[in-house]
Design a protein around this ligand. Sequence first.
Ligand SMILES: *Cc1c(COP(=O)(O)O)cnc(C)c1O
Length: 456
Amino acid sequence: MAVSTRPLPTLPVLPDAATEQVLAGGLLPELAYAFGGPFHFVLPDAFDTNLRAMQDALAAAGVDGFVYFAKKANKAALFVERAAAGGAGVDVASAAELREALGHGVRGEHLVVTGPAKDPALLHLAVQHGALIAVDALDELDALVTIALTGRIRSARVLLRVLPPAQPHSRFGLDEAEQATAMERCVQAGDAVRMEGFSFHLSGYALQPRADLAARLVELCLKARVHGLEASRISIGGGLPISYTDADSWHTFLAEQNSGHYHAGKTFHTGDFYPYYSPASGSDALAGLLATRPEGHELPLSSVLKDAGVTLLLEPGRALLHQAGATVFRIQGVKDRDGYQILTVDGTSLSLSEQWFNSEYLPDPILVSQDADGETGTFPASVGAATCLESDMLTWRKIPFPHRPRTGDLLVYPNTAGYQMDSNESPFHDLALPPKVVIDHTDRPRPRWRLDRHFT
Ligand SMILES: *Cc1c(COP(=O)(O)O)cnc(C)c1O
């Protein structure tokens, strides 16, 4: 095997006791044998911890707030159940997601319905169940008024979703003229509509633009109240960043990586990578946001909210799922290339979604060798899928494994619960979708496991 002069870049994940306990416990080879294919494991305690930390950050800042789990980030029933148990709601964007959330214990009034041009069936269900609906367009508002008037059940609870001025090309939200029209129509609709406030969802992960737009929405609430509307809450969407790795590893990786470090000389634009390190992560980012002074304000966002009597709603997906699971593949074959190997695993990159966004899931996968006394050293390898597509690679990057990978060994992709597991999954080639295994009691020497849901 050729020896490169400079070591290959790595991106080690931050230590996580629960994941390490699962890796050390010997459970994964047993599960791989039982399922005969790739699988995900999910960790309820991590979700509970993340949720509590966010609720604590709101309380510490003295801000009245409510957390909705953005369901699209993971399809497991578990996380909806944990959200319900932990006093959170769920953000849904389809009738099927709404049914799932209700069926797993979330009350209708604890749902927020987002997404563009919502299906009439979804709007009907949302009104019936008293869910909060983030209105994305004027015709949607009209449809809701009609549903509420003809249904005679109760009024439709709405937020008006705002087109972010800093992202004017977004296809989501109402522009300023539409906001004014929407407010008039809410006033005219009388009891048919309960206008509870405004919402946004920004792409990117920076705090300042979120604080700025949140303060703007507070001002919109004050304006709307003049017209007799309730306007008591704002939703700031998702986008709380999380750190998969430490600052030094991330900056070193970005500085060093080049196309020579990837199979077939593949290049990625570093700007397309998720920011795998952020100075403030999860609930710390939320605390940081609340402490941020919005542009044109003397006081931090927390005070702006409190002074106006506005409740802060947030819809984190990824940040609630930090350290809440991992994905396990079995190496099905090993092939030598010039200076590295290509490992073929028993699944596809559809179970590790980042590849579908011109990007790659960068945290180093962990090799679980069958033979603990195997050869050690540096064994670079890229990871391909068991499909007939040239481009179906789980990892183009040559990972410098510390042991020689062998057929039958396991490859564990850490911290995949947020978006990686199932947002793009499909039974391509008639391969089975990887099941999800819930692992309880990771603090015991022998953790217990169960399936997330039973298969029919
Ligand atoms: C996707 C989405 C979220 C969740 O975003 P994260 O980055 O996972 O926190 C929240 N709200 C809306 C409207 C979304 O589309």
